[in-house]
Design a protein around this ligand. Structure first.
Ligand SMILES: Cc1cc2nc3c(=O)[nH]c(=O)nc-3n(C[C@H](O)[C@H](O)[C@H](O)COP(=O)(O)OP(=O)(O)OC[C@H]3O[C@@H](n4cnc5c(N)ncnc54)[C@H](O)[C@@H]3O)c2cc1C
Length: 419
């Protein structure tokens, strides 16, 4: 099969990318699940679309808006189709029960495979291996899609947004949530979710605590929780046994990048995703990436915007591949910045470039700045009352100023009094 643009993944990133590309070129959309929408069909809480639609929608409502448009767009959609391989010449191999093995020759490719959850093995959780230990996404799918209740007395490990939302979900379905345990000294999720999912339901949040053992033979009977020190090592003598029949692991998401590695795309060790420029193009010309496969986003609206950017530029590449790539400016993470996306700026063809970043630690009354690493010239400087690791910060930098940069720009965060 030949196409101008092939999109891998039919979540919000892939849907937005496919729609944007389909305005000018032919598009094939490949999704391994039976339904389009990615993770959203199982996220039945409100909290989606606040920025794009200026109203709070549920995940299925938000996804359906884009699915309806895809169905009317002429995009060639293949569900139950898993992409197995991708080469750097933009040839994909996919498999589906209806069509068997397919080879797809695309002029440009958009990677939108989302994330997967970290499991018990990845956090080396000791103890027995009884039934009753779930990742948060699996528990969410069981309750919201399959209509099955995983258990009645629940401990949640991890206070990222997924853990917080599941604490409320279990409570609303009649379970008792014994507590949310978080190894870090501050919550991992958005403040609005701490308030709306825990405080409003009197669910206790135990910071600087973790689960140190799992007990039970056939079914989970209890977990041991311990306080941890500043290096996150369990403190002997602080162990408490918490009886429960369900342990929900909400311990992080990992961008799903096997295909990116196969295509020898440069990866960013801090985000776990591909290095991209402001067009969402990776280090391999003609292969673009967007959404959670690039870095874990807080809100879906940003994913949709990134998908649109990838889609427009992938279509442009498919119509007319550029002869040469402009020299990149590297965007580096400075003081109290964990990572910045995009990691390179190459085109500077819009009035502004938006840089997304996360901080390493919470700080109050700060100045976020974008500077020329060589000359110290300041391109952007903005005050923020507070920055927190779970909350992505975005900065819009005028590109006219960046045109004189020789090598790198640096994003850093400093206390107001030191800025
Ligand atoms: C529990 C939970 C609660 C959330 N709550 C909110 C909220 O309240 N508000 C908000 O704005 N955001 C929320 N989010 C975040 C939001 O859902 C994500 O930002 C968004 O879904 C990411 O979109 P995506 O398209 O990048 O990835 P996904 O939605 O994960 O979609 C990726 C798709 O790619 C497919 N795929 C992967 N590999 C392949 C392959 N090899 N071949 C074919 N297909 C493949 C997958 O099957 C999947 O359908 C929440 C997320 C979770 C998990």
């Amino acid at each position: 099969m030949k196409t101008e643009v092939a999109v891998v993944g039919g979540g919000p990133a892939g849907l937005a990318a496919a729609l944007a590309a389909s305005e000018t070129v032919s598009v094939v959309l490949l999704e391994r699940e039976r339904e389009l929408g990615g993770i959203l069909p199982q996220c039945i809480h409100h909290g989606f679309g606040n920025f794009i639609f200026d109203r709070m929608m549920t995940g299925p409502e938000y996804a359906q808006h884009f699915i309806d448009r895809v169905e009317q767009s002429g995009i060639d959609v293949h569900t139950e189709t898993a992409v197995l391989s991708l080469s750097d010449d933009r040839t994909l191999t996919a498999v589906s029960p209806r069509e068997g093995i397919m080879s797809i020759d695309a002029r440009s490719v958009i990677l939108a495979m989302g994330c997967r959850e970290r499991t018990r093995n990845q956090i080396l959780l000791p103890g027995t291996r009884p039934a009753g230990v779930y990742t948060a996404g699996t528990a969410q799918r069981l309750i919201n899609v399959e209509g099955a209740m995983p258990g009645k007395t629940v401990v949640i490990l991890g206070s990222g947004d997924v853990g917080l939302i599941m604490a409320r979900r279990f409570t609303l379905e009649g379970a008792t949530v014994r507590g949310v345990y978080e190894i870090m000294p501050s919550p991992g999720g958005l403040t609005r979710n701490v308030v709306q999912c825990l405080e409003d339901y009197d669910i206790p949040l135990h910071l600087s605590h973790t689960v140190t053992a799992v007990h039970g033979s056939r079914r989970l009977r209890a977990v041991t929780v311990s306080a941890v020190d500043e290096e996150m090592n369990p403190l002997p003598g602080t162990e408490t046994t918490v009886p429960c029949d369900t342990l929900v692991l909400a311990v992080g998401l990992i961008p799903e990048n096997e295909l990116s590695r196969q295509a020898r795309i440069a990866m960013d060790g801090r985000t776990g995703g591909a290095v991209v420029d402001e067009h969402m193009e990776t280090s391999v010309p003609g292969i673009f990436a967007c959404g959670n496969v690039v870095h874990v986003h807080d809100v879906v609206d940003d994913v949709t915007v990134a998908g649109g950017t990838a889609g427009r530029h992938a279509a442009q590449f498919a119509r007319r591949p550029p002869r040469a790539r402009p020299r990149p400016i590297e965007v580096r993470a400075g003081r109290n910045v964990r990572y910045v996306v995009p990691q390179v700026l190459r085109h500077l063809d819009e009035d502004t470039a938006t840089l997304y970043f996360r901080v390493q630690e919470t700080e109050h009354r700060v100045v976020c700045a974008v500077v020329d690493q060589d000359t110290g010239a300041v391109f952007h400087r903005g005050k923020q009352p507070v920055v927190r690791p779970p909350e992505m910060v975005s900065l819009r930098v005028p590109t006219s100023d960046l045109k004189n940069v020789e090598t790198n720009i640096l994003v850093h965060v400093r206390k107001e009094e030191h800025a």
